[in-house]
Structures are given as structure tokens and as C-alpha cells.
Design a protein around this ligand. Structure first.
Ligand code: GDP
Ligand code: MG
Length: 597
């Protein structure tokens, strides 16, 4: 294709506004797949993505579009995840594009991630086309939402295309608009090869597959290439694009987006953000890469059965091949044995990793409550960073503790603003700004990250009937009065249950936590004491009362099939329990701290 007939674009949206559905509709319209092949949402191909209805990894598709001007355009588009945990993937995808469709649900209006992702696109000089989706819904109010886009984002939207990704309404108009308004890529196809790796993943059969955008030059099968970061040479064994099926074309040219395979077996050999050149022109400069993402949330993960430790380590290694943001180091807990401390982008990322490990690798895991990174300034001037409460040094030698602070932007209809403000205050938030934007309010707060990663998002949703939306990013570390709250079970400190919290909240949260534990720890044949302590002194206690022996006998009765079922159920439940001393502690108890607000 000539450059002027290429359009590279992304679709950005707040979660659930219809990005993936629109992507499918566009693929179908351009004939990339038949109705039957389309089946369900093809882009959300990972099982987990389909089940949860979210997009985790960005995907790319190349399509032919026969426009009304009689020309055939090559559309390269990249689906992006919409959740706040994955904004890193979004900015990466946008790097390969000249334009973006900003999909906004015409019944729901602008939400926090519509704004955040749109600004990322504008910062990268992309042409952003607003699209009003879900026009088939009776509640759709496109005039109001167009106005909101202008008010909140500052993007001209009165003539935004109004579509229904579900019914296919106006998809033809949208594609015409896309071809008209999104500029074609620039690049010199005769020039020296300069290609950017947007994403790399490991495939069991093909080795490392890299998604690339060519800025200059032409790349063919059989070419000798060099990776700028490692200086290593490789030979291209396969090259082409996704339709979304993998389609080998033997060639990619400047302006295009596609895959390259070069016999690389280790993902470090083709890192995301790296530049590919031809070996013969290896002095071509590197393209600006991407910032390395840092994990924001850490949790201990332990195999329920210690026999699974080796398998667990292998599984983490494999998973990390496809997930550059995953970070892990071995960890040893008195209570839970050998495991790993794993770093995540957020709690959703954590849940997804845990599910993938259990589902794809068949390992039962116990996960501790997530925690953020803390900076500890010691009396001797050393600065230590910890991501595990039980690793907190002796407080006698600590001169200051610092916690991460985020800047959070919340969009919410006016009637719920009061609720949101008191929730933010409860969580030690400091208000920076409050503005009326269209029919919504925008609140900007600085909040301790620890308060945000807990259950803030769920709480926001529940106090706003689901209308509030949130976006946040790390700002800095600030000194804070923090303490470690320990949990003792029958007098024994359980290291994996320790949490770091603010001193002013320590007593009340300690109280709620022991009450929650009491509900979650199954009754045993003896009383179980649960205590919360700070620096050795008890701040709250509760008791899990012993079972009376005849209760179990009675409830099993004489019905043997029922008894069998019950035993099976118990066995399944046991999978996620850990014996600590004489007491069995279930998974939920380790996460109880998430529910104390
Ligand atoms: P994403 O999170 O932005 O990728 O959103 P999805 O494409 O997964 O869509 C979220 C939900 O909205 C799904 O239940 C879709 O079926 C639904 N949806 C998407 N587009 C439309 C539309 O045009 N009309 C209606 N009524 N529902 C839609
Ligand atoms: Mg999606």
C-alpha cells in the first residue's frame, strides 16, 4: 500500500463503553472475518478476558477498507485495555498510531478513563475522533454527551459520529470519517530500517513474536536484523500482519504495523520499546522507547501445597514472559512457607495473575493482602524500601516512614458528590480541585496509594450507584505516621497477616479486622483467640468459639450421599486453607483487611 492509503489508529474508551464490540464490528464490516468466525468478541481472545469482559493485552488487526472514493485503504488498528491498571499498555499502543477513536457511551457519558486515555492520545499528537456509541439504547442522549465531551475534554464533538456497535448503525459513516480525518503515516520506505517493538510475547511454537511499527525502511523475510538494545543479530523467519488471523506477507513497509518473528527464544531478546534495524545499517539511532512500568501493589503468593513450589516458580517465569510489568522475588513466611512476593500494576492485575496461575498452570495459591511500597528513613540516614509489612525494621531505629501518594481524578454526577467527598476524607484525601463539568463534577484529590488500592474503587461505585469513575497516577512519597498492625492467632503472630496502616486508623481498623477474622476463621474444636497488636500491645481481640462436638454429628445425619457431598465440599474448601499452628486459616482471612473500611 502507498502511505497515503494507510491509516493507523487505536480505539480508546472507558471500560464497558463498547471498544471491543466496535472493533469486532469494524472487522466484520471490512470482511476480516465471517459472521461465524467472529462468533464472540475475537479481540478479547484470552479466556479470562472474555469472561471478565475486559481487554488485558493490546491486539492489532490489519484490514482492507474499500472507501467511497474508490480507493482501498489499509486500516491498522490496535485494541487497547481500558482499565486504570493497564494505562501503560494504552500509551504504548498509541505510539504506533496517527489517530484514535474516542468511544463514549451515549447513555453513560464521559468517565474518568475516557479523559485520561484521551489526554494521553492528545499528548502524543494523535488526531482524536469522538464517537458516540450505544445509540440503540433508549437512554442515549447524544447531544448531552457531545456537550460533555466538549466541556470535560475540550474536544470538538457536535458532529461526532453516532453509532451502535451492537447493531452496526453508522459504522459505514464512521469508517468514511476515519479515512478522511485521521492523517496517513509518514516515513521513507527507501530509507534505513527503523522499527519500534510495541509488544512482544512468547509463543510455544513460534518463539518470541513481536508487534512492530515501521517508521522508516522496508523489512523482508530472510533479512538480517539487529536489536538495538542487545546488539544481537537475527534473521527474520516470518513477517506479516494479523487480520486478526496471523497472515504472513513476507514484507512490511514504513508506515505499517505487523508482526516479526526471528527465531528469538527469550523475550529479553526483543524487549518492548526496542528498535529494530538492519544489521547492514546498524548505526541508525534508537527510537525513543517506553518508560518501564513500576509495580504499585505487592502481595505474597504461596502455593497451598508446598510440593507445588517448583511448578509455581516455572509458571511465574512463563507468565512474566508475556507480562513485562510482572515482578517477583522469593519470599519466606513463617506461617505460609516458601513463596514469592509479586509486584502488580494494581489489584485487578493481581486478581488476573492469580486466576491465570490457577487456571493455566493449575496451582492452588494463597495470596496475602496487597500492600504498597514504603520508604523507611533510618536514624543512621539509610533509606530502605519495603513491600512487605513483616519486613519493617525495628521502629526504635526508624526516624521517618514515607508512603506513596497518588493524584486521583474522580468524575461523578452532582448528587453523589457529598458521598465521594466524605469517602475521600475518610481515606486521608486532600482536595486539590473541584469543578462543574457539564452534568458532572470533577474532583481532584491527593490520596495515599494504600487507601486507593484497597477497595476504594468498589466503594466509589457503591456510593454513587455505579456512576463515579476514577483515574489515578503516582505522585511522590510523603512522610506519614504509620504503624504495623500485627495479628496473633492463639497468641502466635502470623507474619502474613501483618498490615501497615495510619496510626489514627489503627485502633478502629484493628477492631474491625479482628471481628472480620472471627467470621472468616472456621470454628474448631477449641476456642481460637484473635488479637490485633501494635508494638506488642493489644488494641483489639475476639474469640472464635469452639464447636460443640455433637453439632457435626447431628448435621451429617444418616444420609450418606449428603455426607459425601459435604465432605467433598470441605475438601474443595480446604484447597485454599493454610494450617497455622493448630488453626486452619482460609484465603478470605488473609484478604480481610481489604474489607475493613
Ligand atoms: P469495552 O470494555 O469498552 O471493550 O466494552 P465492550 O465492547 O466489552 O462492551 C461492553 C458492554 O456494552 C457489552 O455488554 C456490549 O454488548 C455492550 N455494548 C457495546 N456496544 C453497544 C451498543 O452499541 N449498544 C448496546 N446496547 N450495547 C453495547
Ligand atoms: Mg474490551
Amino acid at each position: 500500500e502507498q502511505l497515503k492509503f494507510i491509516r493507523n489508529f487505536s480505539i480508546i474508551a472507558h471500560i464497558d463503553h463498547g471498544k471491543s464490540t466496535l472493533a469486532d464490528r469494524i472487522i466484520q464490516f471490512c470482511g476480516g472475518l465471517t459472521e461465524r468466525e467472529l462468533k464472540e468478541q475475537v479481540l478479547d481472545s484470552m479466556d479470562l478476558e472474555r469472561e471478565r469482559g475486559i481487554t488485558i493485552k493490546a491486539q492489532s488487526v490489519t484490514l482492507d477498507y474499500h472507501a467511497q472514493d474508490g480507493n482501498t485503504y489499509q486500516l491498522n488498528f490496535i485494541d487497547t485495555p481500558g482499565h486504570v491498571d493497564f494505562s501503560y499498555e494504552v500509551s504504548r499502543s498509541l505510539y504506533a498510531c496517527e489517530g484514535a477513536l474516542l468511544v463514549v457511551d451515549a447513555a453513560q457519558g464521559v468517565e474518568a478513563q475516557s479523559v485520561a486515555n484521551c489526554y494521553t492520545a492528545i499528548e502524543q499528537n494523535l488526531e482524536v475522533l469522538p464517537v458516540l456509541n450505544k445509540m440503540d439504547l433508549p437512554q442515549a442522549d447524544p447531544d448531552k454527551v457531545a456537550h460533555e465531551i466538549e466541556e470535560i475534554i475540550g474536544l470538538e464533538a457536535h458532529d461526532a459520529v453516532r453509532v451502535s456497535a451492537k447493531s452496526g448503525l453508522n459504522i459505514d459513516l464512521l469508517l468514511e470519517r476515519l479515512v478522511r480525518d485521521i492523517p496517513p503515516p509518514k516515513g521513507d520506505r527507501e530509507g534505513h530500517l527503523q522499527a519500534l517493538i510495541i509488544d512482544s510475547w512468547f509463543d510455544n511454537y513460534q518463539g518470541v513474536v513481536s508487534l512492530v511499527r515501521l517508521f522508516d525502511g522496508t523489512l523482508k523475510k530472510g533479512d538480517k536484523i539487529q536489536m538495538k538494545s542487545t546488539g544481537r543479530d537475527w534473521e527474520v523467519t516470518d513477517i506479516g500482519y494479523f487480520t486478526p488471523k496471523q497472515n504472513s506477507t513476507g514484507i512490511l513497509r514504513a508506515g505499517e504495523v505487523g508482526f516479526v518473528i526471528a527465531g528469538i527464544k527469550d523475550i529479553q531478546g526483543a524487549p518492548v520499546g526496542d528498535t529494530i534495524t538492519h544489521t547492514k545499517t546498524k548505526d541508525v539511532p534508537r527510537l525513543p522507547g517506553f518508560q518501564k512500568v513500576k509495580p504499585q501493589v505487592y502481595a505474597g503468593m504461596f502455593p497451598v501445597s508446598s510440593d507445588d513450589y517448583e511448578d509455581f516458580r516455572d509458571a511465574l517465569e512463563k507468565l512474566a514472559l508475556n507480562d513485562a510489568s510482572l515482578d517477583y522475588v522469593p519470599e519466606n513466611s513463617d506461617a505460609l512457607g516458601f513463596g514469592f512476593r509479586v509486584g502488580f500494576l494494581g489489584t485487578l492485575h493481581m486478581e488476573i495473575v492469580q486466576e491465570r496461575l490457577e487456571r493455566e498452570y493449575d496451582i492452588d495459591l494463597l495470596t496475602t493482602a496487597p500492600t504498597v511500597n514504603y520508604e523507611i528513613l533510618m536514624d543512621n540516614g539509610d533509606l530502605v524500601t519495603i513491600s512487605n509489612p513483616s519486613k519493617l525494621p525495628d521502629m526504635a531505629n526508624v526516624s521517618e516512614m514515607r508512603e506513596p501518594i497518588v493524584r486521583a481524578t474522580i468524575l461523578v454526577p452532582q448528587e453523589y458528590v457529598g458521598n465521594v467527598i466524605s469517602e475521600c476524607v475518610n481515606r486521608r484525601g486532600v482536595q486539590l480541585d473541584m469543578q462543574v463539568l457539564g452534568s458532572q463534577m470533577q474532583l481532584v484529590y491527593e490520596l495515599p496509594m494504600a487507601e486507593v488500592v484497597m477497595d476504594f474503587f468498589d466503594r466509589l461505585k457503591s456510593i454513587s450507584k455505579g456512576y463515579a469513575s476514577l483515574d489515578y497516577s503516582f505522585e511522590r512519597f510523603d512522610a506519614a505516621k504509620l504503624v504495623r498492625l500485627d495479628i496473633l492467632i492463639n497468641g502466635e503472630r502470623v507474619d502474613a497477616l501483618a498490615v501497615i496502616i495510619h496510626r489514627d486508623h489503627a485502633h478502629s481498623r484493628g477492631r474491625i479486622l479482628v471481628d472480620k477474622m472471627k467470621e472468616l476463621i472456621p470454628r474448631q474444636m477449641f476456642d481460637v483467640a484473635v488479637q490485633a497488636t501494635i508494638g506488642g500491645s493489644v488494641v483489639a481481640r475476639s474469640t472464635v468459639k469452639a464447636l460443640r462436638k455433637n453439632v457435626t454429628a447431628k448435621c451429617y445425619g444418616g444420609d450418606t450421599t449428603r455426607k459425601k457431598k459435604l465432605l467433598e465440599k470441605q475438601k474443595a474448601g480446604k484447597k485454599r486453607m493454610k494450617q497455622v499452628g493448630r488453626v486452619e486459616i482460609p484465603q478470605d482471612a488473609f484478604l480481610a483487611v481489604l474489607k475493613v473500611n
